[in-house]
Ligand binder design. Structure first.
Ligand code: GRG
Length: 293
């Protein structure tokens, strides 16, 4: 199966599982459940769950066992997007090419949609079968740490506090390690944990996830400069008014491209001990580096 077919097949599996896990749209109170589904099924790439499943494969496990953590990371990711788009944060009108949650359901309901998705993520994660080395609590602790005040939320805090300021490259890296790379890394680690990965394997995958996450963010920043708003399906939001630090702004476009390539090589090197089993993870990393939107 080529990568395109693999990505489509994995995304379809994840979508079917998400559909089964999430409360039905008509379940009362219906508005919140419709809003949760509106945001989860808005056409995301499903990058985090696909990485979770591919990491299980890389460690010789059955990807099926990684379905609950795969869905949990996608739902937690969706909550972060819903809250990030709010008027009090980035104030975006469009996400994934569609009106943002608060544009459709109102601000209060969007806050609650994010809250409900965050809680739902842990409900689903708790349904993961324990592996020999990993009791269910270890999955929960892993995701809670990543979603909490030192990673995802911490990154958002650093981002908010950095608005309008001239940041250094080191400060920008810190923000992206927390905002982007941490959840990608955890998606990969959780998949590997379902395959009973060794501590050494988890360490290697953490290096892979960090480098991939940073490369992903550098490329996202480059595309924000080079691709049209129409192609990206984004609106400028508050970014238009507040100067945000980006890799191209700090390093320039050429150096940013080199940085992305360097990080991708670092990511690939971390996969060497996994041999052929990590082929899908390699292909995904390559695909992310070459993506044009
Ligand atoms: C909890 C408010 C709050 C913030 C936490 C994660 C985060 C910080 C904010 C989300 C917005 C953001 C710009 C995150 C950076 C990571 C990133 C590039 C997300 C987009 O991920 P994709 O491209 O999106 O995988 P799709 O739509 O494909 O799922």
């Amino acid at each position: 199966m080529d990568l395109k077919a693999y990505l489509a097949a994995r995304a379809a599996e994840v979508d079917a599982a998400l559909d089964a896990f999430l409360p039905k749209a008509k379940e009362k109170p219906a508005t919140i459940h419709a809003a949760m589904r509106y945001t989860v099924f808005a056409g995301g790439k499903r990058l985090r769950p696909i990485l979770c499943l591919a990491a299980a494969e890389a460690c010789g496990g059955d990807p099926e066992a990684a379905i609950p953590p795969a869905c949990a990371v996608e739902i937690l990711h969706t909550y972060s997007l819903v809250h990030d788009d709010l008027p009090c944060m980035d104030d975006d009108d469009l996400r994934r090419g569609r009106p943002t949650c608060h544009k459709v359901y109102g601000e209060g309901m969007a806050v609650l949609t994010g809250d409900a998705l965050l809680t739902e993520a842990f409900l689903i994660l708790a349904q993961t079968h324990p592996a020999k080395r990993y009791p269910v609590g270890s999955y929960v602790a892993e995701l809670a740490l990543t979603g909490g005040s030192t990673k995802l939320i911490g990154g958002q805090v650093m981002d908010l506090e950095g608005e309008g300021k001239k940041l250094t490259k080191a400060q920008l890296v810190k923000i992206h390690e927390a905002k982007t790379a941490a959840l990608l890394t955890t998606s990969i680690r959780l998949g590997a944990m379902t395959a009973n990965a060794t501590e050494k394997q988890l360490e290697a995958l953490s290096i892979f996830g960090r480098a991939l996450g940073l490369a992903f963010q550098v490329i996202d920043d480059i595309l924000d400069v080079t691709a049209s708003t129409e192609v990206l399906g984004k609106t400028a939001g508050k970014d238009a008014a507040v100067e945000k630090a980006t890799y191209p702004a700090i390093l320039g476009l050429e150096k940013s491209r080199k940085e992305a390539a360097k990080l991708t090589t670092e990511a690939m090197d971390a996969l060497l001990p996994f041999g052929k089993k990590a082929q899908r993870l390699r292909e995904i990393a390559e695909y992310l580096l070459k993506r044009e939107y």
